[in-house]
Design a protein around this ligand. Structure first.
Ligand SMILES: [Zn+2]
Length: 189
């Protein structure tokens, strides 16, 4: 038998692969990001105007931004279990619990990024950008860690075993999370 097959017969060339797929990454669409950024900036401006005592953007510090982030938690939709909750660390709890809803870490992180950019686009100097404050980076890291643990998500898969530094005496801050039980007694007159 003669198995002579021309080696080129199946030449599905790589040369003609990508013709009509996306070519340029710089799309001129007025992006969702821009719209969101403007909305965030307005929200922050509103927050400043309603602030007691009044607060101007020029006087706004990283501490004020942190205050803003904590204020936003009341509108959060991410359940973050407290240490006392039996579902602490469960990604999919089998029953409801009274733990508070918070802003997800990812939302806060993205928000800060947008506000940081908006601040400079609105004439703020990068050196004094309150959204770039170190305290905020630390806060976000803390939130990420806390939420990852509370929900049982391991975000540190990439890293090797990291020794958990549990200082003997850090429990005081956690009592903060205690809940005021509101027994919903059905008032039947
Ligand atoms: Zn819970």
């Amino acid at each position: 038998m003669d198995m002579t097959e021309s080696p080129n017969s199946q030449g599905i060339g790589n040369s003609v692969a990508a013709t009509s797929s996306s070519s340029s990454p710089a799309s001129p669409t007025p992006s969702r990001y821009e719209a969101q950024k403007r909305r965030d900036w307005n929200t922050f401006g509103q927050y400043l105007r309603n602030h007691r005592p009044p607060l101007s953007l020029a006087r706004c510090s990283g501490a004020h931004v942190l205050e803003f982030l904590r204020y936003l938690d009341q509108f959060g939709k991410t359940k973050v279990h407290t240490h006392m909750c039996p579902f602490y660390g469960h990604p999919t709890p089998p029953a409801p619990c009274p733990c508070p809803l918070r802003q997800a870490w990812g939302s806060l992180d993205a928000l800060i990024g947008r506000l940081r950019a908006a601040y400079e686009e609105n004439g703020g100097k990068p050196e004094v950008n309150p959204f770039g404050a170190r305290a905020i980076r630390l806060y976000l890291r803390e939130v990420r860690e806390m939420q990852a643990k509370a929900r049982g998500i391991s975000y540190e898969k990439k890293r090797r075993k990291k020794p958990l530094l549990t200082a003997p005496g850090t429990s005081a801050a956690q009592e903060h999370d205690e809940h005021d039980p509101h027994p919903s007694t059905t008032s039947a007159n």
